[in-house]
Structures are given as C-alpha cells and as structure tokens.
Design a protein around this ligand. Structure first.
Ligand code: CTP
Ligand code: CA
Length: 225
C-alpha cells in the first residue's frame, strides 16, 4: 500500500469519486470546458480500490484508462455528473468530489452548428448556473454517517478562502490546492492542505497524487470508524 499503512481499511465500503472536468455544449461541435486532467480523481479511485473499497468512479471527459477493479461511469455535463453521483451516492460510505464542475452552462443548446452571419458580430453567449452537487449531497446526505469530501483550487489567501468554502459547502473535508503557474492542472504532483469541519488542518507535502489520495482516505477512514 502506498503511504497509507493500514491494510484494506476500506474493505466492505462503497466509495464514490468524481473526476475530470465537465463540458457544457453550445452546439453539436463546441463546448465550454476546463483544464482538469482527471489524474487526482483517478489516483483516488486506484488507492481506494487498493485499500479494499468498492469504487464507483464518475468520470467527466478524462482521457485516462479505466483503473482495474473500478466501476467507471462516463459523463459529459454537470447535469449528467449530478445524476450519476446522486445515483451512486445512495448507498455510499463516502463521496469525494474531485471533478472540476462547470459553474455555468450555456442557457441554450443549438441543435445545428452555429454559423457566422455575413457582416454581423456574434451573438453573446448567455450562461445559467449549474447545480452545486457537493453542497447538495453535503446538505442532504443520502446515507447517515456518509463522509463528504470536496476539492478546491484557490489563490490569494488560500486557507481563509478554503475555510469559508468548507463552511459554505457543508462538507466534512476540503482538499485545498494553491493554484498558479505550473501548479496542479495536468501536473503529476500536488501539494495541498486538507481542512476538516472539526477545525483540523492536515498539510500534504509536495508529492505524487497517490500520496495525497492516501492521506484523504486516511482521514475518511478515521471518520467512518
Ligand atoms: N462543485 C460541485 N458542483 C458545482 C461546482 C463545484 O459539486 N457546480 C464541487 C467541486 O467538485 C469541488 C468543490 O465543489 O469539490 C469546490 O469547487 P469550487 O469550484 O472550488 O467551488 P465553487 O463553489 O464553485 O466556488 P468558486 O466560485 O470559487 O468556483
Ligand atoms: Ca467553481
């Protein structure tokens, strides 16, 4: 086991992990998206499986191979991600939202490809808000005692922003990454602090995404015990 120490401490548990980034279509060939690679979510799925959990990985547009022994549910949009997470969360012991969910989606979808019009400037794109999946699950847990974990990328006062977000979302743990040039998106390594609703702060030194994943499962496992 990588870093975790405990042996199959998640055996008999069902965990749900979301990974990747949602894509919000404008027309059949275009979408609004983000740069999330899915690597952190896939690392969480692999490490949970290695620790004995049954794992459902809700994968939003991640171009990564399915981890062995993991039930992978592919999705595209935030609305599809919500449906899949809520369904899988019904009997889950833990839900970890590592996916980058688009905050907004285009208000309308054009069934045909949007074309240029001679001499005219383009129409502005109107956006509407997507559902907040993490806040919804944390606020109305599908199962008593379920542990709910969020991820946040922050700049400026990273800890204060993270603490405020943890409270706003109502989750048990929030993994806060500091973003900046060359940090986090698409990288093989990660550095973070995990904030707990009990006031705890667990620093995660710079290292592989598996090491961060194992620390998250250590904290989840302690809360499930
Ligand atoms: N999240 C979610 N549904 C959304 C947006 C975010 O479930 N519509 C989850 C993400 O998967 C992540 C956590 O919420 O685990 C924090 O995402 P983040 O984008 O940092 O939070 P927001 O509330 O969208 O705040 P911000 O305005 O800073 O983007
Ligand atoms: Ca957001």
């Amino acid at each position: 086991l990588a870093g975790g120490g405990a042996e199959a401490d998640l055996a008999g548990r069902h965990v749900v992990v979301s990974a990747g980034g949602t894509r919000e279509p404008l027309d059949p060939v275009r979408f609004l998206g983000n740069r999330s690679s899915g690597k952190q979510g896939y690392a969480l799925a692999r490490t949970a499986a290695a620790r004995g959990a049954r794992v459902t990985l809700i994968a939003a547009n991640a171009a990564l191979p399915d981890p062995a022994g993991v039930d992978v549910v592919p999705v595209g949009t935030a609305v599809q991600l919500r449906e899949a997470v809520l369904k899988a969360a019904a009997d889950a012991d833990a839900v970890v939202m590592a996916a980058a969910v688009a905050d907004f989606r285009p208000a309308t979808y054009a069934a045909g490809k949007i074309k240029k019009k001679d001499g005219l400037e383009p129409e502005p794109i109107t956006l509407v808000r997507n559902p907040d999946i993490l806040a919804e699950i944390a606020g109305d847990r599908p199962r008593a005692g379920q542990v709910v974990v969020g991820f946040a990328a922050e700049t400026d006062d990273v800890l204060a922003n993270g603490r405020a977000k943890l409270e706003r979302k109502g989750c048990d743990l929030l993994v806060v990454n500091e973003v900046g040039e060359r940090k986090t998106f698409g990288a093989e390594e990660n550095e973070a602090v995990v904030l707990g609703s009990d006031g705890s702060e667990t620093p995660v030194p710079h290292g592989p995404k598996e090491a961060l994943a194992d620390i998250v499962w250590n904290l989840v496992s302690r809360r499930l015990a």
